[in-house]
Design a protein. Structure first.
Length: 215
């Protein structure tokens, strides 16, 4: 018997040649299974999970991966269990929240930062979206994190001076758009504070008083 295997052919098969005692020869072709490609999660996703696991539990990691339209090696969406299994397979440690009080300059999630700054998380998110407070993301789609600094704490006050105006009043007083006012505040051309309590809660802007005799 002679066997010839052709695994690299478009149609993989093995050819068997049988020689019988009487001298007769039989040929038989047997199909072979095609080699299956290895199913493996791409390196970029594994590296991202490694970075995310430092900050987030498996459920949050799964949500981030899904928002980035990433799928498992078999094309399925991520769940906490799937993210956890992949993390365990690659020996990536589970996220361990720190029980200690936050240190100066530490990155906190919005809820933690709002608690430290004594404001509502929704207020902090609004100021974050307006650009008055800087935030960081590990990757697009990840929760925002706020760096707790004395500078940030100093931006907040219980009460603003009486003459300082809300955004829409400052816009009218300066006869410019709200966006222009916001840009001036961000560039440091106008002084502003963020008040955290009371009826006047929010951004308050110091509008310079025109000085007579200058023009």
């Amino acid at each position: 018997m002679n066997i010839t295997a052709r695994r690299d052919d478009p149609d993989p098969h093995a050819r068997l040649v049988l020689r019988w005692k009487g001298g007769a020869i039989s040929e038989l072709t047997v199909p072979l299974r095609r080699p299956q490609p290895k199913i493996r999660t791409d390196e970029d996703t594994i590296d991202l999970i490694r970075r995310l696991a430092v900050h987030y539990p498996d459920a949050v990691i799964a949500g981030i991966l899904n928002r980035q339209h990433r799928t498992t090696a078999r094309g399925m969406s991520y769940t906490a269990n799937r993210a956890g299994s992949l993390r365990t397979h690659w020996g990536i440690p589970r996220h361990q929240p720190s029980p200690a009080a936050p240190r100066e300059g530490e990155l906190l999630n919005v809820t933690q930062a709002a608690r430290q700054l004594q404001i509502a998380p929704s207020t902090l998110l609004r100021w974050l979206n307006d650009g008055f407070i800087a935030g960081e993301q590990v990757t697009p789609g990840a929760p925002w994190r706020i760096r707790l600094t004395e500078e940030l704490r100093g931006m907040l006050t219980g009460n603003a001076p009486d003459a300082w105006l809300a955004l829409h009043h400052a816009s009218r007083a300066l006869d410019v758009s709200r966006q222009t006012v916001l840009q001036k505040v961000k560039r440091g051309e106008l002084r502003a504070v963020l008040t955290r309590t009371g009826r006047r809660k929010g951004l308050r802007i110091e509008v310079p008083t025109p000085q007579e005799g200058l023009f």
